[in-house]
Ligand binder design. Structure first.
Ligand SMILES: Cc1cc2nc3c(=O)[nH]c(=O)nc-3n(C[C@H](O)[C@H](O)[C@H](O)COP(=O)(O)O)c2cc1C
Length: 187
């Protein structure tokens, strides 16, 4: 079966928004990508799932590298602009610069990164997998930067959110009860 964009069940997922930067046949470009996931520690691998019709897709396929600027909670606007226009018809980088957003050059790749993101990373492509209607690009992190005091933007139900309050741990007596039950079911 399909699980469509906008379906009530699809909307139950919580994601973050990666701003995927690339520099290929469509020039310097940026898109919003909620399917940005950190999937390995050693080495650091990040996957991004991108529609084959996007300019970013061709840019990454051709150059074998990309940047990820994980949106901070105050960067919803750059996410909407990057996700609402295609680099096939708009020079989003120039437009964003004119709107006041700032970029810096990657150290180990030929891509731009967004200032003020929660995390910035430069990736070299290690694998490209067609999965359903998107291509999963697996990138090995070759450089990573963090910005202190920035929390990631949350995306859920087609809207942007801030991280909510932390859920406190259960009281010790409840933790003890859980341990006793787990003990009884050990294999
Ligand atoms: C918040 C948000 C999240 C998005 N997530 C994805 C995603 O995970 N994968 C994808 O292919 N497109 C996603 N999009 C849509 C692309 O950003 C959009 O198609 C964009 O215009 C592609 O730009 P490009 O053609 O310049 O590469 C998202 C858009 C928004 C606003």
């Amino acid at each position: 079966m399909d699980l469509a964009w906008g379906d009530e069940r699809t909307k139950q997922f919580v994601t973050n928004v990666g701003l995927i930067t690339s520099n290929g046949p469509y020039g310097n470009n940026i898109m919003a990508c909620e399917w940005t996931h950190h999937v390995s520690y050693e080495p650091g691998l990040i996957v991004v799932c991108i529609r084959p019709t996007d300019a970013t897709h061709d840019n990454i396929a051709k150059t074998k590298e990309f940047g990820i600027s994980l949106c901070a909670s105050d960067q919803n606007l750059i996410s909407s602009i990057s996700g609402g226009n295609s680099g096939k018809s708009v020079d989003k980088i120039k437009a964003l610069k004119e709107l006041g957003f700032k970029f810096f050059k990657g150290k180990k790749t030929n891509v731009l990164l967004v200032e003020g993101a929660a995390v910035n990373a430069e990736c070299k492509l290690v694998k490209e997998i067609t999965l359903g209607d998107h291509t999963t690009f697996v990138g090995e992190v070759v450089e990573a930067y963090s910005v202190k005091g920035k929390e990631p933007l949350v995306y859920h139900g087609q809207r942007y959110w801030k991280l909510g309050p932390n859920i406190p741990k259960p009281p010790q007596n409840e933790l003890d009860r859980i341990s006793r039950v787990i003990e009884r079911y050990k294999k």
